[in-house]
Design a protein around this ligand. Structure first.
Ligand code: NDP
Length: 289
């Protein structure tokens, strides 16, 4: 931990709850390694106190915030400006100081893209299955549309939510055919070589034996998969993908790269990829002890 002085700048997380967040560990490690006089703290802020906390943070000179559940949409009306891609996704996770207030960005989507690319996956023309229609699924869907996937099938417990996301993505990315329905629709998917993105909270610690789709048949057509979950490191979903001969990876890199993008926005410093890789064992140690 670096020494705090009168010159130390403040970064922070606004969310609720925030007690299990890895953002303080990631950002404080980055500041230490990159010799930036910055300190990152997590603030548990209720929806009622959000606006006051944000305005207070700006007045206090806070350099930047991350915003997490339940404020990712709530923050938008209070921004001085919003980045084009964050506006399209409809969610903000990073705030950078502007002249009169904060400017909102979404680093989840580019972070996710960097994670997927680092696994050698090319999205151009890809056929994808997206499991889920919540916040993480939205980042996945927009990434697939923006980086040229050919088609996407969205499966979700609430079929209506899946269909609504598919409709939104079809309108924004006409080059990608998007359809959405409830989970049981998996039996009717056309035979393809699929990239499957698991973006539900099913299988998250401590319910590690849960999986959204049990049927081993489903996994036969999946050649590559990512689970947004990183705790546990190997979910039952990933085990089923591997058992069927596909390759899969977890959400750790997604988490790291969204943080790295945010850090670069706040500081203007380029984080070397070797440093990002160094953070993986640091996070694993924090997760599993
Ligand atoms: P949301 O609450 O926005 O969405 C949850 C999704 O999971 C919805 O699609 C929901 O379906 C589905 N779901 C929840 N419980 C069940 C259940 N019992 N059975 C079937 N479906 C269920 O959460 P997020 O999108 O923010 O997070 C999803 C996952 O992604 C979490 O595990 C989170 O940890 C992970 N994540 C990882 C990140 C990373 O950096 N690696 C970043 C953000 C999230 P329905 O619409 O029907 O309710």
């Amino acid at each position: 931990m670096q020494t705090i002085t009168a010159k130390t700048g403040l970064l922070g997380l606004l969310g609720s709850p925030v007690g299990h967040s890895f953002s303080p560990l990631i950002h404080n490690t980055l500041s230490e390694k990159l010799k930036q006089e910055l300190c990152y703290l997590a603030f548990d802020v209720s929806p009622e106190n959000f606006e006051q906390a944000l305005r207070g943070g700006f007045s206090l000179g806070v350099r930047g915030f991350n915003v997490t559940v339940p404020h990712k949409q709530r923050v938008i009306p209070f921004l001085e400006d919003i980045d084009e891609s964050a506006k399209r996704i409809g969610a903000v996770n990073t705030l950078v100081r502007g002249g009169e207030g904060f400017i909102g960005y979404n680093t989840d989507m580019p972070g996710l893209h960097r994670a997927v690319s680092s696994e050698g996956i090319d999205l151009k023309g890809a056929s994808a299955i997206l499991l889920g229609a919540g916040g993480a699924a939205r980042a996945c869907g927009h990434m697939l549309g923006l980086y040229g996937a050919g088609e996407i099938f969205i499966l979700n417990r609430s079929g209506e939510r899946a269909a609504a996301l598919a409709e939104e993505l079809s309108a924004l990315y006409p080059g990608m055919e998007a359809r959405g329905a409830e989970l049981s629709w998996y039996r009717e998917l056309p035979k393809r070589d699929y990239l499957c993105l698991q973006a539900t909270s099913v299988g998250l610690y401590p319910d590690t034996e849960k999986v959204l789709i049990e049927d081993p048949e489903f996994y036969q057509n999946i050649s590559a998969a990512m689970d947004c979950i990183f705790n546990p490191g190997e979910t039952r979903f990933l085990r089923l993908v591997r058992a069927a001969g596909g390759r899969g990876f977890n959400g750790m890199k997604m988490l790291l790269y969204q943080a790295v993008y945010a850090y670069e926005l706040w500081t203007g410093v380029t984080v070397p990829d070797s440093l990002t890789q160094e953070l993986i064992p640091v996070l694993e140690e924090a997760l599993h002890g």
